[in-house]
Unconditional design. Sequence first.
Length: 201
Amino acid sequence: MDLEANAMTDDNKGPSAWHAAFDSLIEAAQQPAWRTTPPRFVVKHGRISPWWSPVLWLARRPSAWSAWRNVVVSSDLLDQPPNRYLLAHELGHIAHRHHARYMATTVWVVGLGILLATLGPTWPVAARATGLILFLCGVGHMIGLCSLRSEYEADCFAAKLIGTPATVEGVAQHARKVDGKLQRSAQLRIEALAKRRPKAA
């Protein structure tokens, strides 16, 4: 599918157009579990985020993200043509159950922190300092790898739905909208997508 699949005409704007694009992507995904309980399309109005998804409660820029079986989209984005990359990418997070992975990572970090806080006072000062530094470095590295891997997996899922060229363009456009430049993580994802070979049917 070419890049035009990622940017519809100006005649296709508004909630109904986004819902139609979302439903078409769910149908194209052919996920067995989604036949009975498909992901939901949820609109975030203003700065009020759904209570069950506090990730971007205070986000000031138009945004979209996924939370469990929901794809949440800022109402400001509905004035634009549907962004098929954004929708397909967030559906990828749901398909790979990344939120369960994030939850497990959080539990692991909190548990390790409690263990360190419990046993730490019995250790010498040098051992406590060394343990804390290693803990923080390990957590940061693990979270970074987990996040990058999850984003790439979501991109691969999107590529199956809208094509690799449209996905690469979507990654680049989204990254530049965040801070005006292409972050290193986005560059790595684009390079990996360019090397990716679709699986034989």
